[in-house]
Design a protein around this ligand. Structure first.
Ligand SMILES: Nc1ncnc2c1ncn2[C@@H]1O[C@H](COP(=O)(O)OP(=O)(O)OP(=O)(O)O)[C@@H](O)[C@H]1O
Length: 251
């Protein structure tokens, strides 16, 4: 049987009396790539922030490798977070630092240590995402958006996390560059055996990078299934969403 990496059970979170998450149940298996889709404002980011320990759910449980992580603090939270890598929507690179320091940031915590070794690690990880060593000393602003995204991907994988979270990984990229990033994500997840959780409203991306897709609607996971079923889910909410139709049950 597949081993559960992350289990969300009854996860609920309200803001000012409005329930954003209303009993989210979801399991991400070890080594699988799962995408959460849903409308803008459906709570995808709130779900991610609860897992990352950036937001406290009002109720429910989050198990990581069988360990309850809701309410984790201090050294325990640090230990949990060390398992996580994150690719942020806007890449979130530091323009004050050369590319190689950006890539190795999580390994050095931004400190100026072990330069030669870190450059080597940066070079290896850049190579994995198809970028040449000649960019090591450039600044992020000297690169195109697509290249910045690859650098951010190299940074996310550099510490070899057990789980990577992708927040809208293709936002701001043209369809061809977006597909290059999708391909890279697929190969990294496969090659490195990383568990991946992606939040996105890019259906092409969800279909390509995820083994399974789950849809969040009105605070609950209303459908989950293999990516091949996304356009054949038999669920009118999913159909309307993936086809981008104005008419349907979602108003
Ligand atoms: N810290 C907060 N305080 C108050 N409300 C919040 C907070 N964080 C999120 N919300 C609200 O929760 C709802 C869900 O937000 P969330 O960012 O999770 O949506 P999303 O599905 O990620 O949307 P998008 O696809 O646009 O990024 C929104 O209505 C948002 O305003």
């Amino acid at each position: 049987m597949a081993e559960a990496k992350i289990v969300l059970d009854g996860l609920s979170k309200s803001f000012a009396g409005r329930a954003v998450l209303d009993g989210v149940n979801l399991t991400v298996e070890k080594g699988e790539s799962l995408a959460i889709i849903g409308q803008s404002g459906s709570g995808k980011s709130v779900t991610l922030k609860c897992i990352l320990g950036l937001l406290q759910p009002d109720s429910g449980s989050i198990l990581l490798d069988g360990e309850e992580i809701v309410g984790a603090k201090g050294a325990r939270l640090e230990r949990i977070r060390a398992k996580f890598g994150m690719l942020f929507q806007g890449s979130a690179l530091f323009d004050s630092m050369p590319i190689w320091r950006n890539v190795t940031f999580a390994l050095t915590h931004g400190q100026r240590i072990d330069g030669a070794r870190m450059r080597k690690i940066a070079e290896e990880n850049l190579e994995r995402v198809g970028l040449p060593a000649r960019i090591l000393d450039l600044r992020p602003s000297e690169l195109s958006g697509g290249m910045q995204k690859r650098v951010a991907l190299a940074r996310a994988i550099a510490p070899r996390p057990e789980i990577i979270f992708f927040d809208e990984p293709t936002t701001g990229l043209d369809p061809i560059r977006a597909d290059v990033i999708n391909d890279l994500i697929v190969s990294l997840v496969d090659d490195l055996g990383i568990t991946a959780l992606t939040i996105t409203h890019d259906m092409a991306s969800a279909r390509k990078i995820a083994h399974r897709v789950a849809m969040l609607y009105e605070g609950k996971i209303i459908w989950r299934g293999p990516r091949d079923r996304l356009y054949d889910s038999g669920n009118p909410y999913v159909d309307q969403f993936v086809q981008g139709r104005a008419e349907g049950p979602i108003q």
